[in-house]
Design a protein around this ligand. Structure first.
Ligand code: A2R
Length: 313
């Protein structure tokens, strides 16, 4: 049985990855979470770990000796990255360096999957859409810049120290249980509140003209498990649906599933200092390497996310 370690497992993706690995029945699973986080899951070993603590990182790796490490720990919010750039750089860049330095000290080579972001491409040229892995990076926010840096360091460490690293640029992922700091989850939450009579029948939106590439989190974790097994060492893969949908289209879809008539109100406070107009992945490299395609339609994802909030507001 392979030993899988998930770092940052209490987050959105981590919880789905745990369930996916369990369902495959070929892994012994260890996960880490921050002390303040809750993580309920039977049949797995759970440790507290702040990735900023270099000694703790080495201790856990030495103890577990994982074959595979899924590095999910991050400050993952673009909005928060504007408010707190230092924290974003600390966790995403310094945290990743702590992990890679600890791996260098081991007497064997685990394989690590490092998760970057489609945001790294930023202001891609029209002719670069859909975006291939080798496209020039033009990050448009602090979170994106931190992930560019993380993946560059991953590439450098893999070459310089011969570490077994596979890197990902994950485009927007969505699904039930996602924090409402992310747009699709927030719209579903607002609709669920309205349906329960807990909010006015108006939904507040920011810039809904931008187009993004959305993938269901359950498809994303399937891709991660295949990539850690079959991805090429030192290489980077886009993980997305390959389609770009406007936030407005998503909102229309959510509203069409609501039992109430809801109006839209543009709230300038929800606009970001800068917004990239379109992000869409070219996923041919991913498809060729792991023979993967998304299985969840955007309609299904929205329905499940809306139902999650209907039960949880
Ligand atoms: O801040 P929290 O309590 O949500 O904890 C997050 C955790 N985390 C840390 N773990 C260890 N040491 C730290 N210093 C530290 N700071 C934060 O990482 C959270 O539980 C987890 C990241 O999960 P999410 O924010 O829910 O991100 P998600 O959507 O699961 O994305 C996974 C990866 C990230 O690298 C994203 O940047 C990328 O996929 O899109």
């Amino acid at each position: 049985m392979k030993k899988a370690l998930i770092i940052g497992a209490a987050g959105f993706v981590g919880q789905y990855l745990i369930e996916h690995l369990k369902s495959l029945k070929v892994y012994s699973i260890t996960v880490t979470k921050l002390p303040k986080d809750n993580l309920e899951s039977s049949g797995i070993e759970v440790f507290d770990l702040d990735i900023l603590n270099q000694n703790e990182v080495l201790e856990i790796l030495t103890k577990i000796k994982p074959d595979y490490i899924f590095h999910l720990a991050a400050q993952s919010s673009v909005a928060l990255s504007w408010e707190n750039p230092n924290l974003t750089i600390d966790i995403n860049v310094k945290g990743s360096i702590n992990l890679l330095n600890a791996i260098r000290k081991l007497d064997y080579k685990p394989r690590i999957l490092m998760i970057g972001s489609g945001e790294e491409y930023g202001y891609a040229m029209q002719e670069d859409i859909p975006i291939k892995e080798e496209t020039i990076l033009r990050p448009g926010n602090i979170y994106a810049a931190s992930k560019v840096c993380q993946n560059m360091i991953g590439k450098i460490y893999s070459k310089a120290y011969d570490l077994d690293i596979v890197m990902v640029r994950a485009f927007n992922h969505v699904g039930p249980k996602q924090s409402s700091t992310f747009v699709v989850s927030e719209f579903c939450r607002q609709v669920a509140m309205i349906e329960k009579g807990l909010a006015e029948q108006t939904i507040k939106v920011g810039n809904i003209n931008v187009r993004r590439d959305f993938t269901d989190v359950r498809d994303v974790v399937r891709a991660y498990e295949l990539l850690i097994k079959y991805g090429n060492s030192g290489e980077l893969y886009n993980v997305g649906s390959g389609q770009a949908v406007s936030i407005k289209n998503i909102l229309d879809l959510i509203l069409s599933k609501s039992t109430r008539k809801i109006s839209i109100c543009v709230d300038k406070n929800k606009f970001r200092p800068a917004d990239v107009p379109i992000i869409q992945a070219d996923i041919s490299k991913l498809k060729k390497t792991i023979n993967w395609l998304p299985e969840y339609s955007i309609e299904r994802t929205i329905e499940d996310t809306l139902n999650f909030w209907r039960k949880n507001v």
